[in-house]
Design a binder for this molecule. Structure first.
Ligand SMILES: Cc1ncc(COP(=O)(O)O)c(C=O)c1O
Length: 415
């Protein structure tokens, strides 16, 4: 992201780090440098306390009880939905579906919207930088109903080739599914432009926002997308909770994804009628504590200010890119002009797993592997990368530690 440095937007990083208890520990005798935020983020005290409070005091099922604890749990759960709505600026809370995470959100759309609105021969357009979660659900749908998956290529920097994307947007295209930010490369996709092109052709768009929402403010109405998916655990919230945003008129016309309690209005053996939105898509006891924790994380982020978070991370990313660029034998994978949060790289003659293991011994947590994006690895001709991924609490001195760590790895393996 090209955000100009503005001293007014400086985060009080020392104070922010104190909000995250897990950051204050030693690993293998070294201060923890946590750079695996694209996999999952650490949790601020506000989230831990909200979950703790729920289990200590308010633990109850939601929506069905007349007693005080159930009323409190319901209020907190629905309050969290309100926090999500505000965070992404959705029009109303009926458009906010709590799910397990991005993966479930995309599967929900593939299963419910896909099977009810797409037909054999229709095409689903994705990009070549998608996470497996935004590939496999569409492949399953293709196997089930005979739709076709079409993939738009990326260039050597890891950017979408827009002319190639446009060329693949044909009268057969009925749905576009793209990441907002690539988890393997950090590329920020031109989603506004994609939505504009799609809607001009009467095509619906689902955006996989798993790697976007923690890095910059997302306004679903401004984007104009039809669906937007993200996971709580990558956004400083609990695991097992996530969000599908969907436009109300579309969600209204979609059949339930799963059947069970809470998603019904009435049940007889002859006929069942379904509940209103959003409950039609929330079958069974939801992850109440998770939703409450997610709400707390969004309120925490709003308190910090997403613009401040973005400015801090842009600064970090520029610093880290420059620093790693100075290391001989290091090749950055993913050099898009518009990038967020990710420094993926390979080291000449050294397997990423070896690099990751040595870095771990130095207290530096990075991820190595294919990052659930095997087609991206294939595109760049590498089996795996080492990925350092940033969050609002990271610092330049942590990136210095990473650079020193990489030099140590090279000394060990390139003797
Ligand atoms: C871009 C992207 N999409 C989808 C997912 C899947 O998220 P989850 O495992 O939380 O469902 C991830 C997780 O790494 C991701 O980075």
């Amino acid at each position: 992201m090209t955000v100009k440095r503005n001293p007014v937007l400086d985060l009080e990083i020392t104070a922010v780090r104190k909000d995250f208890p897990a950051l204050d520990q030693r690993v293998h005798g070294k201060p923890l440098v946590y750079l695996d935020n694209a996999a999952t983020t650490q949790k601020p005290r506000a989230v831990i306390d909200a979950v703790d409070r729920f289990y200590r005091l308010d633990c109850s099922n939601v929506h069905r009880g007349v007693h005080e604890l159930s009323a409190r749990a319901t209020k907190a759960y629905e309050g969290a939905r309100g926090s999500v709505r505000r965070f992404i600026n959705a029009a109303n809370e009926r458009e906010i579906i709590f799910v397990r995470g991005t993966t479930e959100a995309i599967n929900l759309v593939a299963s419910s919207y896909g099977r009810s609105h797409l037909n054999a021969g229709d095409e689903i357009l994705i990009s070549a930088l998608e996470h497996h979660s935004n590939i496999v659900p569409w492949q399953l749908l293709c196997e089930q109903i005979g739709t076709r998956l079409v993939v738009a290529p990326i260039n050597d920097a890891g950017e979408l080739i827009q002319q190639e994307f446009e060329r693949r947007l044909t009268p057969k295209t009925k749905l576009i599914a793209v990441a907002h930010v690539s988890n393997a490369l950090g590329t920020v996709m031109p989603v506004r432009e994609i939505v504009r092109m799609a809607h001009a052709n009467n095509v619906k768009v689902i955006i996989d926002g798993a790697q976007a929402v923690s890095h910059f403010a997302v306004d679903v109405r401004e984007l104009g997308c039809d669906f937007y998916a993200f996971s709580g655990h990558k956004l400083f919230g609990p695991t097992g909770i996530g969000v599908l945003y969907g436009r109300e008129d579309l969600l209204d016309r979609m059949p339930p994804y799963q059947g069970g309690g809470d998603m019904i209005r009435s049940v007889t053996f002859e006929k069942t009628t379904y509940n209103d939105l959003p409950y039609k898509f929330e079958a069974g006891t939801p992850h109440v504590a998770g939703a409450i924790g997610l709400g707390a994380s969004l309120n925490y982020l709003s308190g910090l200010g997403m613009d401040q978070v973005t400015a801090h991370e842009c600064d970090l990313l520029a610093y880290g890119t420059n620093l790693l660029g100075l290391i001989p034998g290091l090749r950055l994978i993913g050099t898009a002009t518009e990038k967020a949060g990710v420094l993926s790289f390979v080291l000449e003659g050294i397997h990423p797993h070896d690099a990751g293991t040595v870095l771990d011994q130095l207290g530096i947590a990075v991820r190595t592997g294919h990052h659930c994006a095997q087609p991206v690895m294939a595109r760049f001709g590498v089996p795996a990368t080492t990925r350092a991924s940033l969050a609002l609490y990271n610092t330049k001195s942590e990136l210095d530690a990473l650079a020193h760590g990489i030099q140590r790895v090279q000394e060990l393996f390139n003797k």
